[in-house]
Ligand binder design. Structure first.
Ligand SMILES: [Zn+2]
Length: 224
């Protein structure tokens, strides 16, 4: 009987991931608003960034971030990325749209998600950055321009030095759409070293884009 219960519970976990838990800290006490418990909402608010520094490299014009990475911000990213809670893209995208307003006034012609390698996208079933970009585009009433593709799987990035990351990322992105003379807003979940964002921006600028800004849910760069 117990075994059967365990099986049923396991099946239910697959069908209905435990969404009654706080997406920030995992507390089973659950969440009340925005998928977060009150303590996480308070901590998240204290991590607010808004307008920030673009990654070094001089490729990206300016940047805005929702939150400093960590705590509930990390929980939200993890749940969106690895636990399939796609609905989190809505509150996350809303926060990103607010962060973007710190960069105003800006004329943007379209929102571009950082692409995923096709194999990884197949494995995961969705590109989390594209979900966020779609939310941001909807909130800001801008076209979603899915114009980048990832031609190289750069999965091992985390273990590499900055220089290695950059060379690993060279030519990892290709243009898959028209961007000539457009001012674009590049969207990703987390900005760490900025190497990915810089490589994407470079591909867009090489393709004739006028300028590229960056908007991420969280900023995880050293010293910030
Ligand atoms: Zn919480």
């Amino acid at each position: 009987m117990e075994r059967l219960l365990r099986l049923v519970r396991g099946a239910l976990d697959v069908l209905y991931p435990k969404r009654a838990e706080c997406m920030g800290c995992g507390s089973r006490a659950g969440f009340d608003r925005d998928w977060l418990c009150e303590a996480c909402r308070r901590e998240l608010a204290s991590r607010w960034v808004g307008a920030g520094q673009p990654p070094r490299g001089g490729v990206i014009e300016g940047a805005a971030y929702g939150y400093r990475y960590g705590g509930p911000a990390a929980g939200m990213v993890r749940n969106l990325k690895y636990r399939g809670v796609r609905l989190l893209a809505e509150p996350m995208g809303r926060a990103m749209a607010s962060a973007f307003s710190a960069l105003q006034p800006l004329e943007i012609d379209g929102v571009v998600p950082v692409p995923m390698h096709p194999k990884r996208r197949r494995d995961r079933g969705y590109n989390h950055a594209a979900l966020l970009a779609a939310q941001v585009a909807g909130q800001l009433d801008l076209p979603l321009l899915d114009v980048l593709s990832r031609t190289r799987d750069t999965r091992q990035q985390a273990r590499l030095s900055d220089a290695e990351r950059m060379s690993n990322l060279e030519n990892a992105f290709a243009l898959a759409g028209e961007v000539a003379d457009k001012a674009l807003l590049l969207v990703d979940d987390v900005c760490t070293t900025g190497a990915t964002a810089n490589a994407c921006a470079k591909a867009l600028l090489d393709g004739g884009a006028r300028r590229v800004w960056l908007l991420c849910y969280a900023e995880a760069r050293n010293g910030t």
